[in-house]
Design a protein around this ligand. Structure first.
Ligand code: SAH
Ligand code: SF4
Ligand code: F3S
Length: 481
């Protein structure tokens, strides 16, 4: 059996796409390689969100010339957002590269891999509006469960927002939502296979179904079969998912601040399984910068959404993405970002220096702050965030929480690790002799706070019902004495 290794960079959708690629290859008779040396096929699934990621790929591809030359018949492939952006230019630039596939071409990977083994070189980067993209074969029996108890599923893909800095509309194409029945069927299968937490994925996930709704409301059906599978409102989708027995936690990422309608806000109050955490990218606290970014909301709009969500779910934890050093960002604009971070009380954030991307309107702007200034701003913002994160973690000391166990902690020793409903990492120890299964839900008492995680101990007596995966089946009960 030929063996494949998939390397992934980028967002959760890319990670999930890599799962789909591996699954397709398993169905086609491939097996997984655990190291590069064993692999007959290396697939690099790439991200293009910032220049650095793209440059990193090019140096990685340079280094792989040797790997490719060292074994007859080895195949090297590049997929994902850089592949979509660059297409066959990659084949010209890297003569040892065998095939390139874009974000809409995952289903062609097994055939392209076979063709490459026969000596052909090709790039497939056409974009499609076909819903076939969302249909995947069930998980192959050999599909490794790398995230016990958790799974992701795509509900929409692409982006029609065209923020001025962002490459994603180009690399992922136009926004398209998947019919609800396919989503629900996949969710049921994932839960039956052992998942108790599902994350719904989409570039602007809470815009799910909006184009279809608009078409319906205007009396246009899009020319499709009237009996065809349909999308529903995003909040209705959450309600339908919440009715799946055994599904204990629902998350979604990434929402766009413009799409929190009343129904979605209310869903946060009504759906217990909907986790009290929303990752809500704001990018900047300055209205002038937000306008240049073409984000389509103001600071005030953003704060209004935050207030509504908090009123619906008071314990809600908010995290965000921020960009510093955007063209035209003044000291005053940056101070508004700092003040927004304080005002919202983000519990965590990913912050980045602005990186110009090819073909985006912002790349034409010339008044970027000097790189040293952008670096200073980044450090100041990250220092503020560290303080806020630690303050929040400290506020959790003494509370009991529920952890979905992922496995041994990165801190080593006998510690286990997992995430609580607020998506915080919780490291904890179990008493001697107590076996805690990855994928199970456990009650943990928080006893300590660190900058990156909560530290706790397994609570006893164990009151929370737990879900365990035993031989691929879900078992719900009170696992520990
Ligand atoms: N769809 C999400 C963002 C996905 S991209 C949203 O609209 O919020 C993930 C993050 O990368 C963005 O939130 C932004 O903070 C960052 N990012 C995107 N393009 C960037 C660029 N050109 N330079 C720096 N950071 C960027
Ligand atoms: Fe990019 Fe904006 Fe779309 Fe997010 S909403 S993916 S930042 S264009
Ligand atoms: Fe990167 Fe593409 Fe995701 S650019 S962030 S992998 S959508």
């Amino acid at each position: 059996m030929p063996r494949v290794l998939v390397r992934t960079t980028g967002c959760q959708m890319n990670v999930h796409d890599s799962e789909k690629i591996e699954n397709l290859l398993l169905h086609r008779g491939w097996s997984r390689a655990s190291a590069l040396e064993q692999a007959d096929l290396l697939v690099i699934n790439t991200c293009s969100i910032r220049e650095k990621a793209e440059h990193h790929l090019y140096s990685e591809l340079g280094l792989l010339r040797e790997w490719k030359a060292a074994g007859a018949g080895r195949v090297l492939a590049v997929g994902g957002c850089v592949a979509q952006q660059e297409g066959d230019a990659l084949l010209r630039r890297f003569p040892h590269l065998d095939f390139v596939f874009g974000t809409h071409s995952l289903r062609w990977v097994p055939a392209m891999a076979d063709a490459a083994r026969g000596g052909s070189r090709a790039a497939r980067v056409e974009q499609t509006r076909s819903l076939d993209r969302f249909d995947w074969p069930e998980r192959h029996p050999d599909f490794p469960d790398a995230t016990p108890g958790r799974a992701s599923l795509t509900v929409m893909e692409g982006c029609d927002m065209f923020c001025s800095f962002c490459i994603v509309p180009r690399t992922r194409g136009r926004e398209i939502s998947r019919p609800a029945d396919g989503i629900l069927a996949e969710a049921r299968a994932l839960v039956a296979g052992g998942a108790c937490e599902l994350t719904l994925l989409g570039q602007t996930v809470n815009a799910y179904g909006r184009h279809d709704r608009r078409r319906r409301e205007s009396g246009r059906t899009g020319g499709g079969d009237p009996g065809a599978a349909m999308t529903i409102g995003f909040a209705d989708l959450l309600h339908d998912l919440a009715r799946i027995p055994g599904l204990r936690r629902i998350r979604y990422t990434s929402p766009h601040p413009s799409f929190f309608d009343t129904a979605l806000v209310r869903a946060h109050a009504e759906i217990e399984a909907l986790c009290p955490h929303v990752h809500l990218p704001v990018q900047s606290g300055s209205d002038a910068v937000l306008a240049h970014m073409r984000r389509r909301y103001t600071r005030r709009d953003f704060l209004a959404s935050v207030e509504a969500l908090r009123a619906a779910r008071p314990e809600l934890v908010l995290t965000t993405d921020l960009i510093v050093g955007f063209p035209g960002e003044t000291d005053r604009d940056f101070c508004e970002t700092l003040s927004l971070v304080r005002e919202v009380g983000f519990v965590d954030s990913f912050s980045f220096k602005y990186s110009p991307r090819p073909g985006t309107p912002a790349a034409e702007l010339s008044d970027s702050p000097a790189p040293e200034l952008a670096q200073e701003r980044l450090e100041e913002l990250q220092a503020l965030q560290r303080e806020q994160t630690l303050t929040y973690h400290r506020s959790r000391i003494g509370q009991r929480t529920e952890v979905l166990v992922s496995g041994p902690s990165r801190r080593g020793g006998l510690q286990l690790s997992g995430r609580d409903p607020a998506h915080r990492v919780v490291n904890f120890e179990a008493p001697n002799g107590v076996v805690v299964a990855p994928g199970s839900l456990q009650a943990v008492d928080v006893v300590e706070a660190s900058p990156h995680s909560l530290i706790g101990s397994l609570a006893g007596p164990h009151r929370l019902p737990t879900t365990q995966i035993v031989g691929g089946r879900v078992r719900t009960g009170r696992s520990l004495p």
